[in-house]
Ligand binder design. Structure first.
Ligand code: NAP
Ligand code: ZN
Ligand code: ZN
Length: 354
């Protein structure tokens, strides 16, 4: 069923070179398997900025970003079994996938070739591509809806877990980070600050790498055992050949060799940052001499996202956020580019109607 409901308020861009502005959108009426969600809060990911400004290929306009969505269920379709009106829920980066490929069957919808992103993905709904969480309401198939078990008072700070949380949790789990491991987290932004909290909660010895000396104390408060200012050669050298795993979240091209040299034998650096242009090529000798690996990781599957949310709820882990009104989003993007956020902006979606 694709009958449109009334128009709702949203915030988005009409072109790559235009600021985000208020607009009206429609959502489908809930189909048999759909959950309709009143969005309370939506986190602001650097990927939103990359996409709305067409820094990656394929942005469709109007573009309504937002894939760190939390809110309350307002209606469910007749075949929905897992959710009921009133439930606290989340929606992350994925709202559909093919459901039958090897990746979908393994619970890795994030690697399905037909994964549908929460915005900018194909859909029969108007306007022909998905529209994200900078909006009042969303309708999503229950297969892609997550249950939030944190107290409601923490709901705004839970929102960033839906992307920043799972994007850091998934590689930390895949590479089996735990007690006895020395783990580096590079770039202390939205993703990086969650990477520190999660690696610490998994029992690792955590070293934070930042270009911002002003974040030194803050990174320790987040849970880092040590903090390295990555532009300081001496501080970097002190960690040479010592790290088991590095999670690199930096949103801009940079010298990967400086970090590969810090891995011990058989160590891995996983890139999750996705800059608009490539990193400078790295020196193969930095890989072969110690059998090191350079890898990548994309968000996480639905089951693992639920596992991450429950892991965080049990331990009281949430993001450190700065709440904004929708009308502040363009200013927030500029501040994100200069690293002036501790550590995630979250939009109060009630402000969309005002
Ligand atoms: P963010 O909040 O802007 O944090 C990025 C951090 O990178 C900054 O805080 C900064 O940390 C560091 N940095 C160093 N030099 C930089 C530069 N020239 N420009 C920008 N940042 C620089 O971004 P985020 O939301 O964490 O996202 C980080 C990257 O991950 C983005 O490219 C985003 O698109 C990507 N991402 C990927 C996935 C995935 O599935 N793989 C998911 C979500 C996001 P310091 O000040 O500590 O140096
Ligand atoms: Zn994201
Ligand atoms: Zn699939």
């Amino acid at each position: 069923m694709t009958t449109a409901t009334d128009t709702i308020h949203a915030y988005g861009a009409q072109a790559a070179d235009q600021a985000l502005a208020p607009l009206r959108i429609t959502r489908r009426a809930p189909g048999a398997h759909d959950v309709q969600i009143a969005i309370a809060y939506c986190g602001v990911c650097h990927s939103d900025l990359h996409q709305v400004r067409a820094e990656w290929a394929g942005t469709l306009y109007p573009c309504v970003p937002g894939h760190e969505i939390v809110g309350r269920v307002t209606a469910v379709g007749p075949h929905v079994s897992g959710f009921a009106p009133g439930d606290l829920v989340g929606v992350g980066c994925i709202v559909d996938s093919c459901r039958h490929c090897a990746e979908c069957e393994d619970g890795l919808e994030n690697y399905c070739d037909q994964m549908v992103g929460t915005y900018n993905g194909p859909t029969p709904d108007a306007p022909g591509h998905t529209l994200g969480g900078y909006s009042q309401q969303i309708v999503v198939d229950e297969r892609y809806v997550l249950r939030v078990r944190h107290p409601e008072a923490q709901l705004a700070a839970v929102a960033p877990l839906l992307c920043a949380g799972i994007t850091t949790y998934s590689p930390l789990r895949h590479w089996k980070v735990g007690p006895g491991h020395k783990v580096g987290v590079v770039g202390i932004g939205g993703l990086g600050h969650m990477g520190i909290k999660l690696a610490r909660a998994m029992g690792a010895h955590v070293v934070a790498f930042t270009t911002s000396p002003s974040k030194r104390e803050a990174a320790k408060a987040l849970g880092a055992h040590e903090v390295v200012v990555s532009r300081d050669r001496g501080e970097m050298k002190a960690h040479a050949k010592s790290l088991d795993f590095i999670l690199n979240t930096v949103a801009a091209p940079h010298d990967l060799d400086a970090f590969l040299a810090l891995l011990r034998r058989d160590g891995t650096m996983a890139l999750v940052g996705a800059p608009a242009t490539p990193h400078p090529p790295s020196n193969v000798f930095n890989l072969i001499m110690k059998r090191r690996s350079l890898a990548g990781s994309l968000i996480g599957g639905i089951a693992e996202t639920q596992e991450m949310l429950d892991f965080c709820a049990e331990r009281g882990i949430v993001a450190d956020i700065e709440m904004i009104r929708a009308g502040q989003i363009n200013d927030a993007y500029e501040r994100m580019l200069t690293g002036d956020v501790k550590y995630r902006f979250v939009i109060d979606c009630a402000s969309l109607a005002q």
